[in-house]
Write a protein that binds this ligand. Sequence first.
Ligand SMILES: [Zn+2]
Length: 302
Amino acid sequence: MGAKLVFGLIFFIFVVALLTLYWFVPLSETQFIVTQSGSNFTIGDLGSLELQFYENMRFPSNRISYGIDKCTLKKTDDMLRAFDILEDKTILEFYPSSNPEISIVCDSRTKIDGGLFIAGEGGPTNITESGDFHLISHGQILLIKESDCPNPNIATHELMHVLGFDHIPNPKDIMYNISRCDQKINNESINLINEIYSIPSAPDLAFHDFSAIMHGKYLDVNMTVKNEGFVSSPKSVIEVYADNKLVKKIDLISLDAGHGRIISLTNVWVKQISVDQIELVIVSSAEELSNENNRVVLHISG
Ligand SMILES: [Zn+2]
């Protein structure tokens, strides 16, 4: 009887040990590769590069704030009329703010460069690459010379610079580098503004550079999550699924537009005996530019 009990106990311990070995010790490594991944949000070719300093330059929203500081009545009036012209022709709206996106300052001193009087200076002062866009978060206009024209052509020219538009070698165009009274904004620039700003002011979280590896019952996952939208993303959650079963939830902090985060998970316990598919999902409370890029599926390689 005693011997039987001892053998029984030894057998029991042996089985438990084997099971433990099977369940907990990594016996083999399994790598996963991407077989299905949502396409990234693309705006397509707008041909913006010839008109703008960089491709697809825009402010976060079609409502852009401004502040005018220490300008004469005439220069202030010219600037406001330049805003009116752009509001008339495009979907842009400009509003005054104490914390402006476009700062307008004035200088009465005459500036000369290469024998030419400088009428003004303007341009974006802060640009962030975000997805297919170059996001302008701040721009500045310096109005130097008062315009002698019926149209506020100097203020309009500098405002177009702030919106990302470069010079055009056509004397009849408002973006010609020397100011003349008969200059007009070309239709291509108007169309480009309307097209670029027709995309809503939203965040867009997307996966980049993801990989997964199983060693035994444990899962390691590496991923980069980027916000390729125009505004900050809210706090979100990343869910990791092994064969459609949730194995891990990760909290993701708020990300500014153009910013990203690298996330590495090691030794995530997976209950299933063999796993064919790992799925990563971003769960966000925000309306995003695209939801296609919030999910990625990885399959066993080979
Ligand atoms: Zn210029």
